[in-house]
Structures are given as structure tokens and as C-alpha cells.
Design a protein around this ligand. Structure first.
Ligand SMILES: Cc1ncc(C[n+]2csc(CCOP(=O)(O)OP(=O)(O)O)c2C)c(N)n1
Ligand SMILES: [Mg+2]
Length: 819
């Protein structure tokens, strides 16, 4: 049923004022006695131990970065080390009351948060569970060097395992958390609730909401924390992530049983600096980051500024805010004031701040201040503190020494294909959870399903598509594949702009609103970064997401999320995380320069993405079925030009039942022997028209092969064809320069060099803006252009008079002009 949110003129024009409540700033006022009532002495000692451990861990890193050795252990660390010396209280306070099922995401400066969360998880998990994690993680690769000669408790072993895995990851060792494929800025350890840390400032701001969404949709316990810096509040994707997290629908339209608002806490580690730029006083105007919450929703995100130079106010705030989130009243914003005494990186000379300022914060250092508080209030004895510190420091140094030792902790070997082997997971996953999928009706009762049943699934006798009004078309094909997987995989959700009542931007989803509850199909804000980011977070947690961008031209709005996040986390996790996301993107026409671009080149260029572009109903259904049964991110391009088209190539028609087409298998659409035409996208139909003309006018038979997929791509059928014909023309509607077809042409030149009578020729759109609908024929390749190019550059056609200039001279002239 469509929703009905009535907008009434008399209401929206009524006089009123928007009121804001006070946003607490440093409101913490608990006495030591009160704190003692809620913590036992062991808690205080643990807080101290964790802060010291983090400090020691990073002090060692600082020493090796600046001096090349630490206490007799020489080590050159080539990579980054963004230290958070000074911020330990904030990290430990954040992690202290989080349970293992609470998940954190972070930034380039997250060593402290990782360690704090890990230490906290080790304390809470039972020995059996810890052993299971250590033994199974990377098949025991981290555990083996650590357990040798270990005589302590399981928890002590887990501590060493964890510190060693963290150092190993930073030092790019096979024994690191992610076999060294993540590194300092991307290290994580999901088994302890530590999810990807992001070297893209604010990157976690759009991804963590997807993790929180997963918890809601799949009724999983726990909350999600996005640890991000103060400067990241200038990043668009952070704002998009916040907007996405604060949508009214979670509480107003979704089933109450799901639990309400997203359980997400945006935790600003506010150290008052970007690298050298200062959000407070220079690069932003918000003053208090906490103020930002006021503009987001009536609850003002329950925002607060908290003293993060003392772990106790942070623990207090996290306890209260976690409760808010568990009650379904999220999202929450915390502005945790802290300070990084260390430079942005060890080579940073801190030219942007005064020595005096650093000195004053050093004087106020949270670790010494906490120590003083514990001793003065007789909470923990000085001796106990010293012993704890000595113990933790010794264990950390020992793990550093072990991780620095190349023999005990090797890197992946030279020539290793490890990264290549984990770029894709290539799994087939029928469903990501065994519970029954939530549907609002039987699939067979769905009006769209019933309507599709009346459609013609076969070509006409002349090999043409059935008339538009009656043909089973590309839209129907994608719908059928989606419906199939929705009814099998309970974790599968779809979202994007206008996805629900509108029926999907181009009506592919018409009928799904009736079939699916809100949490499985919903409208997102116009926030392309958040749409893709949320899909990434959802998948990292273990669910299948289908996100939609209305036009390929909007890929830029989600550039980081597609190119740095969606594409990379499987490999950066060394294959431990999966990314079952299908990103549906339509390729437009008729709407001019910003709505009519084929950007397959971008998806093709970035490693880690599969890029599909089917243009027939048969291919669309089979390939969408395959994409939705896989475990990899698939950019699924859909041409608006062909949405209405019926099948014309598969005589038996598009099967009603389920079938898959392997992504990467080209499809021969017309057999021939004189020339090969390769196409990607709707240029298939242009090539078919050109092939027809070649046959009737010149007696040449062209073989037309639709690549259907840019990544992966099996060259065998292409080579077979080119070996037979010796000639190849490649056509697409993307601009000619730098596209998929240029790569295919270059590869075929090498793969089939001896068989070619002429170099492969690419005909794409002009290297221009896409002009208005009325002028599109000047821009997109027309059948004539293909004939002209064949005549000029492959094989002269008898008595042929070209209509456009496809000569090599023209190619060079255009290149010189950059058009
Ligand atoms: C999108 C992006 N822009 C710029 C950078 C370079 N950079 C790395 S850290 C940083 C400052 C980040 O400041 P903040 O978010 O406050 O985190 P902090 O470093 O203070 O922890 C910058 C500009 C980046 N990594 N990503
Ligand atoms: Mg900062």
C-alpha cells in the first residue's frame, strides 16, 4: 500500500517557531563516590591499563618512525602511522561499555580505538569463545607465533594475539589482521566488533549507518559507533550518512517491532585539528560540533559535548547514549573533546600550532591526570598502577618485537597473488540467513507478477521484439530476478531514490511496494554517497543490498563510496568480508549533458568491481539472477533506451523459471564470418542494424557479439571470432576516449595480432558533452558511422560513400584538439 503523509496548507502555513533545546556541554558532574558506586576497583585499573597500553603501542610506533629503532629493536616502517597520543581517554571511554556485538567503524587515526575496543571485548568474551576466534582466524596464522611458549591465561593470550595482529597489520605481515592488505589506516578485526577503519576522511560516516541498518532490519543486537574526526564534519558523505540515519520513516513508517531509529552513534573525536587546518575558528563555523545535531532532527541527535580528556565522562555519556539507541531513539551525536599531542604523523613538525599549546595539553595529559585521581582518591594504589603499567608495556613491547621480526612474522612472498586472489570472493550464496523472508503477499498474488504473466516472452516470427505494449521487457526481467531473490534471501533489501511508491525511478520496481515491508524496500534521501555507503555497511555486516542510482551521471556524487569503499573492502580484509551489493545504475538519454552519459569506463577502471551491462530481457534476467546470487559488488548498468524492449535474440523466449548467466561471458547475437562487431550496451542494436546493411548492401556477414559485461570478461569467444574474421570493430555509446572498448581493442590487438587484417577500430560517442535530445544523432554512434569506420579503417566497401569522417587523419585531428 502506498503511504499517505498528508501535507495540509493550513498546517504548513500556521505561525509558529522552531525551538531548540540546550545542548549540554561538559555537563558531567559525577563525584568520585558516585563513580565508585558504578565501577569496581578492577574497572578503574582496567581503564588505566588500557590507556597505558595504547600509549605504549603508539609510542613504539613513533620511535621506529622517527628513529628507525625502539629500545634496541631496529625497524624501518615505510607506511603511515597516524598516532593518537593524547586521545587515549576518549578511545577507552568509548569502548569501555560497548559489548562485543556493538560495532565500531573508524578513521585513519584509529589505532587507539581498535585497541580499546579489542581490550574491552577480550575482557567480556569467555575463554572458549576467545580460543575459537584465535584458532579459526586466518586458520590460526596470528595465534601460532604468539602461543609458542605462552604460559599465561587465555585472556592474556588473547591480549597478545590481538596486539600482535594489530602490529602485524601495520607492518604488512601475513600474520596481521588482514594479512597486511589493510595496513595502519584500514586495520580492523570484526570478531571483536571492530569494523573497517577508513583512510578517507569521513568515510565511515556514510558506511556505519548501513551497519546500523543491518542491525535493525535483521533484528540483531547492539549498536554501531562511527568514530570520525572533527574535520570530517565538513565532508558531504558524513552529512549524507547523518541524514540517512535520521530519516523519519524508521519510527513513523517501519514496523515498530524492528526497534525504531537506527542504533548509530556518530562519535566525533574532536581534537580541534584536521591536519593543520582548524575546524574551530578557521575552516568551519559551527563552533561546537555538538551544535550540528540541532539541525538534524527534533531530538537534536541527543547531542552533547563531553570532556574526552577524562575517561569517566566519556564512559558516562556512552552508557546513557547507548540506552537511547537501544530504545530506538537514535541517531546520536557525541562531541568528545580531546587533543592529539602527537603530530598528524610522526614527520609532522606541528608548524601550525604553538609549542606552548602542546605543552599545556601535555601538562593536562589524561593518563597522568587519571592516575592522580585514582591515587588521591585511594581508588587504586600507586603500586597496583605501576605493576599494571609495567605488565601491559612489557607485553606490548614483546608483541612489537615479534611482529618486527621478519622470520617469525613474514610478509607475503614475492610474486604473491594474494591481493589478486581476494579482489572478488566469487561465491554463490543462496541466502545470507535462514529465517523466512518477510513478504506482504504471496509472490503469485502480486499484481505485477500477474501482469507479466500475460506478456509475450518470445521474439516475433521475423526475429523482431514483440510490440512494446505486449512484450516482456528488460524492466520485467530485472523485476523478476529481484522478486525471486527477495523471496529467498531474508536479508535482501533494496533502497534508493523513489524506490518505493514511485516504483523505482524507471518503474522497474512497480509492484514491489505491495510485496515488501518498508524495511526491505524504501526511499532514501537524495544522498547518493549515503545510498552506496549504507549498502557497503549493510553488506560488511553480512546482508545483501541492492542500491539504485537514478543515472550514471550521479556516480560522481557517490564517487568515494563506489571507488574506494564498495570496491576495496573484500580485498583489504584479505577475503574475510564479503560485499554482496548490486548497484543498479541507469544510463540515460534525451536529457542532455548531465543525464545521458555511459560511465562504464569508471566502473571498469577501478579494481574490485564487477560491471555488467545487459541490454536484452534474456540477458538482464539471467545476469541479475547471477548478480543477486553472488557475493561480490556488481555495478549493474541499465540503459533507459532498452527498458521497454522485448526479446529478439532468443527464439525460445525468456524462461519463466530461474536461470543464471555467468557474469563475464560474452554473447554471440548474430553469426558471421567476414567481420566481428563487439558491442557493450545499446550499441548492440546499432551494430545489428549495421550488420544488416553490410549483408544486404555488400554481401559481408558480420558476427555481432555483445560483451554484456565489462568486468570480468572472457576473451576466448572474442578471440575465436576474430581468428575467424580477421577484422574487428568495437562499438559503444560511451565517449570513445578511455573507455572499456579501447581496453578490449588494445588487448585483442595483442591477443590476435597474427590473425588481424587491420587494427581493431573503436567507434564510440563523440568526446563531447551529450547534446539535447534533438541533436543526439550527432553524438551517439549511428549505423552509418560503423559502416564509415569499416570502410575507412578496416575493409573498403565497394562503391561506398561515407557520410561521416571516420578516417585516421580525423582521429588524429580530434585527439590534438582534445575532442
Ligand atoms: C577525503 C580526504 N581528504 C583529505 C585527506 C587527507 N587527510 C588525512 S587526515 C586529514 C585531517 C582529518 O582531520 P579529522 O577528521 O579531524 O581527523 P584527525 O586527523 O584529527 O583525527 C586530512 C585532511 C583524506 N585522507 N581524505
Ligand atoms: Mg581532528
Amino acid at each position: 500500500m502506498p503511504k499517505s503523509i498528508l501535507i495540509e496548507p493550513e498546517n504548513v502555513f500556521a505561525r509558529e517557531a522552531i525551538r531548540f533545546a540546550d545542548i549540554p556541554v561538559n555537563a558531567y558532574s559525577k563525584t568520585v563516590e558516585e563513580e565508585q558506586a558504578s565501577h569496581n576497583p578492577e574497572d578503574f585499573l582496567n581503564i588505566w591499563r588500557d590507556m597505558c597500553g595504547i600509549r605504549e603501542f603508539e609510542t613504539i610506533l613513533n620511535e621506529i618512525k622517527t628513529k628507525g629503532s625502539c629500545r634496541g629493536v631496529a625497524y624501518q616502517h615505510a607506511g603511515p602511522a597516524h598516532l593518537s597520543i593524547g586521545q587515549e581517554a576518549a578511545a577507552v571511554g568509548m569502548a569501555f561499555s560497548l559489548a562485543p556485538e556493538d560495532h565500531i567503524f573508524g578513521s585513519h587515526r584509529s589505532h587507539g580505538e581498535i585497541l580499546a575496543k579489542g581490550f574491552s571485548a577480550i575482557r567480556q568474551l569467555g575463554d572458549a569463545e576467545l580460543l575459537k576466534i584465535m584458532e579459526s582466524y586466518l586458520d590460526g596464522a596470528i595465534l601460532r607465533p604468539v602461543e609458542r611458549g605462552h604460559r599465561g591465561t587465555v585472556k592474556e593470550l588473547a591480549f597478545r594475539f590481538f596486539v600482535y595482529g594489530a602490529y602485524g597489520e601495520i607492518f604488512a605481515r601475513e600474520t596481521g589482521f588482514n594479512r597486511g592488505l589493510g595496513g595502519s589506516m584500514h586495520a580492523f578485526f570484526a570478531a571483536f566488533g571492530i569494523y573497517p577503519n577508513n583512510a578517507i576522511v569521513g568515510g565511515s560516516g556514510s558506511i556505519a549507518p548501513g551497519a546500523a541498518l543491518f542491525k535493525r532490519v535483521n533484528r540483531r543486537p547492539g549498536i554501531v559507533v562511527a568514530n570520525i574526526g572533527d574535520a570530517s564534519f565538513g565532508c558531504g558523505p558524513v552529512w549524507e550518512g547523518i541524514t540517512f540515519s535520521a530519516m523519519d520513516q524508521y519510527r513513523k513508517l517501519w514496523s515498530e517491532s524492528l526497534g525504531g531509529g537506527l542504533p548509530i552513534l556518530f562519535n566525533c573525536m574532536n581534537n580541534f585539528y584536521g591536519m593543520g587546518g582548524q575546524p574551530f575558528g578557521e575552516t568551519m563555523g559551527v563552533g561546537f560540533i555538538a551544535r550540528s545535531g540541532a539541525g538534524v532532527n527534533p531530538e537534536q541527535m541527543h547531542a552533547e559535548r563531553v570532556n574526552g580528556y577524562d575517561p569517566l565522562p566519556v564512559i558516562d555519556a556512552f552508557r546513557r547514549k547507548k540506552q537511547v539507541l537501544l530504545e530506538g531513539r537514535g541517531p546520536v551525536l557525541l562531541d568528545i573533546v580531546t587533543y592529539r599531542i602527537s603530530g598528524h604523523s610522526p614527520s609532522d613538525a606541528s608548524s601550525y600550532r604553538s609549542k606552548e599549546e602542546i605543552e599545556r595539553w601535555r601538562q593536562a595529559d589524561s593518563i597522568s591526570a587519571f592516575r592522580k585521581k585514582l591515587i588521591e582518591n585511594r581508588i587504586v594504589s600507586e603500586d597496583a598502577l605501576e605493576v599494571a603499567k609495567a605488565d601491559v608495556d612489557a607485553a606490548i613491547f614483546e608483541m612489537f618485537r615479534l611482529a618486527a621480526d621478519l622470520e617469525a612474522s613474514p610478509r607475503v612472498t614475492k610474486g604473491s597473488e594474494l591481493a589478486g586472489s581476494v579482489m572478488f570472493s566469487n561465491q554463490r550464496v543462496e541466502r545470507f540467513d535462514d529465517r523466512p523472508p518477510e513478504l506482504l503477499q504471496d509472490v503469485a498474488e502480486n499484481p505485477r507478477v500477474q501482469q507479466i504473466r500475460t506478456k509475450i516472452r518470445t521474439p516475433t516470427h521475423e526475429g523482431k521484439p514483440a510490440p512494446k505494449m505486449k512484450a516482456y521487457n528488460v524492466r520485467d526481467a530485472i523485476f523478476e530476478a529481484m522478486m525471486h531473490r527477495f523471496s529467498i534471501d531474508p536479508t535482501m533489501i533494496a533502497f534508493g531514490e523513489e524506490n518505493r511508491d514511485w516504483g523505482g525511478a524507471f518503474a522497474v520496481y512497480r509492484g514491489l511496494t505491495e510485496a515488501l515491508p518498508y524495511h526491505r524496500l524504501f526511499n532514501a534521501p537524495i544522498s547518493e554517497a549515503a545510498i552506496v555507503g549504507a549498502a557497503v555497511g549493510y553488506a560488511l555486516e553480512g546482508g545483501r543490498a541492492v542500491a539504485e542510482l537514478m543515472y550514471a551521471d550521479f556516480i560522481g556524487r557517490a564517487g568515494d563510496e563506489i571507488f574506494n569503499q564498495l570496491s576495496k573492502w573484500q580485498a583489504m580484509s584479505a577475503g574475510q568480508l564479503k560485499m554482496p551489493v548490486v548497484l543498479r545504475i541507469s544510463v540515460g538519454a534525451k536529457y542532455g549533458a548531465q543525464h545521458s552519459q555511459d560511465w562504464t569506463a569508471l566502473a571498469h577502471h577501478i579494481p574490485g568491481l564487477k560491471a555488467a551491462y545487459p541490454v536484452t530481457p534474456y540477458d538482464a534476467k539471467g545476469m541479475m539472477n547471477a548478480a543477486l546470487a553472488g557475493s561480490d559488488p556488481v555495478i549493474f548498468f541499465e540503459s533507459q533506451k532498452v527498458y521497454d524492449l522485448g526479446e529478439m535474440f532468443v527464439e525460445e523466449g525468456v524462461p519463466e523459471g530461474y536461470y543464471e548467466i555467468d557474469l563475464g561471458e560474452p554473447s554471440i547475437k548474430r553469426r558471421g564470418k567476414d567481420l566481428t562487431m563487439l558491442t557493450l550496451g545499446p550499441a548492440l542494436y546499432t551494430a545489428i542494424a549495421a550488420a544488416e546493411a553490410l549483408q544486404t548492401q555488400f554481401g559481408l556477414s558480420a558476427e555481432v557479439i555483445d560483451l554484456r559485461c565489462a568486468v570480468p570478461l572472457n576473451y576466448e569467444p572474442l578471440m575465436d571470432s576474430v581468428r575467424k574474421t580477421g577484422r574487428v570493430l568495437l562499438a559503444c555509446e560511451a565517449v570513445e576516449r578511455g573507455g572499456v572498448m579501447q581496453t578490449v581493442a588494445a588487448n585483442l590487438t595483442q591477443l590476435c595480432f597474427d590473425d588481424l587484417d587491420a587494427p581493431p577500430v573503436v567507434v564510440g560517442s563523440r568526446n563531447w558533452i551529450t547534446p539535447a535530445a534533438e541533436l543526439e544523432a550527432l553524438f551517439f554512434p549511428q549505423p552509418d558511422w560503423l559502416l564509415d569506420a569499416i570502410h575507412e579503417r578496416i575493409v573498403p566497401l565497394r562503391d561506398y560513400r561515407p557520410r561521416t569522417n571516420q578516417t585516421l587523419g580525423e582521429l588524429a585531428r580530434r585527439a590534438r584538439l582534445g575532442v
